[in-house]
Design a protein around this ligand. Structure first.
Ligand code: SAM
Length: 279
């Protein structure tokens, strides 16, 4: 038996590959909703069939006519509206933000049936740090805008996550290598589908692999945070100390160089004395 739903908006995550990834709660909502707002009714019809739902669909995009959104918000006063994307979680590089915004502003009940999301699935597969990450969505297609978007996040100590398409992969990865540095990265393809693969390597290695053979299917690129600067070599510290001693007294030179390179001040002071005596 299908439960009656309270009026309001239900954000329903669908599968990103395997239909069985649809959660039982999501399926229940799809069977019970008064109407299901969808991106593409041909794509969603398949999922509704799988869920055993015969509920009517209504096309919705954030750039739909304002009146379409207003009518949906109106309906939410007395009816349950499920929001479904072609794949994964609505609002994540998909329509829904404006609908949620306006539904909340109108005081409608808004809830979610969370589930698959390609970005999260790719992070978990990548083997790259998962403690801090920034979801970048799709990079702009114009080279200048793409470079600007990458430059903006180049210094960020976080794993970066990008959605990408096969034909643009090689160029995007090459741009990432030059804007972010040649960091470790992973390319997750066809996640939760028959041909799920994860390629790892440096950004330039992945760019070369994609240039040689364009990857097919749906793709997420995960890029490691910038590495720590490598520790300074003994020669670099010695050179800096010699330079500092040209203009500073021993104690000050040792202190400044120790702070700059994060090395032991006492040892540096002893070495600075030796250098001064040898002058
Ligand atoms: N809302 C979706 C989500 O929750 O992940 C994303 C929708 S966005 C329009 C589609 C993009 O997500 C694809 O171009 C691809 O970059 C990524 N994507 C979706 N499904 C994927 C999958 N199974 N494997 C890899 N990437 C996927």
């Amino acid at each position: 038996m299908t439960a009656q739903l309270e009026p309001g908006l239900y954000i329903v995550a669908g599968p990103i590959g395997n239909l069985s990834d649809l959660t039982p709660r999501a399926a229940e909502i799809l069977r019970a909703a008064d109407v299901v707002a969808v991106e593409d009714s041909r794509v969603s019809a398949r999922l509704l069939r799988h869920a055993g739902s015969d509920r009517p669909m209504l096309p919705y995009h954030d750039h739909s006519d304002e009146r379409v959104r207003a009518r949906l918000i109106e309906r939410m006063a007395s009816e349950s509206v499920a929001l479904l994307s072609d794949a994964g979680t609505p609002l994540i590089s998909d329509p829904g933000y404006k609908l949620v915004r306006d539904a909340r502003a109108a005081g409608r009940m808004v809830t979610t049936a969370p589930g698959p999301c390609a970005a999260i699935a790719a992070i978990t597969l990548s083997g790259l740090p998962s403690d801090r990450f920034l979801f970048m969505g799709f990079l702009p297609s114009k080279a200048k805008a793409r470079g600007d978007a990458l430059a903006e996040v180049a210094g960020l100590r976080a794993t970066l996550v990008f959605y990408e398409s096969g034909p643009r992969c090689a160029a995007s990865l090459a741009d990432m290598a030059s804007a972010l540095g040649d960091r470790p990265a992973a390319l997750a393809r066809e996640v939760s589908k028959l041909h799920e693969t994860v390629l790892d390597g440096s950004l330039s290695e992945l760019a070369a692999a994609c240039a040689e053979r364009e990857p097919k299917g749906e793709i997420v690129i995960v890029v490691a945070p910038p590495g720590e600067a490598p520790p300074a070599s003994e020669d670099e510290v010695e050179d800096a100390l010699v330079t500092a001693l040209k203009t500073m007294p021993v104690s000050k030179a040792a202190g400044e160089v120790a702070r700059r390179f994060g090395v032991d001040r006492k040892a540096l002071y002893a070495r600075a004395l030796e250098l001064r005596e040898a002058e």
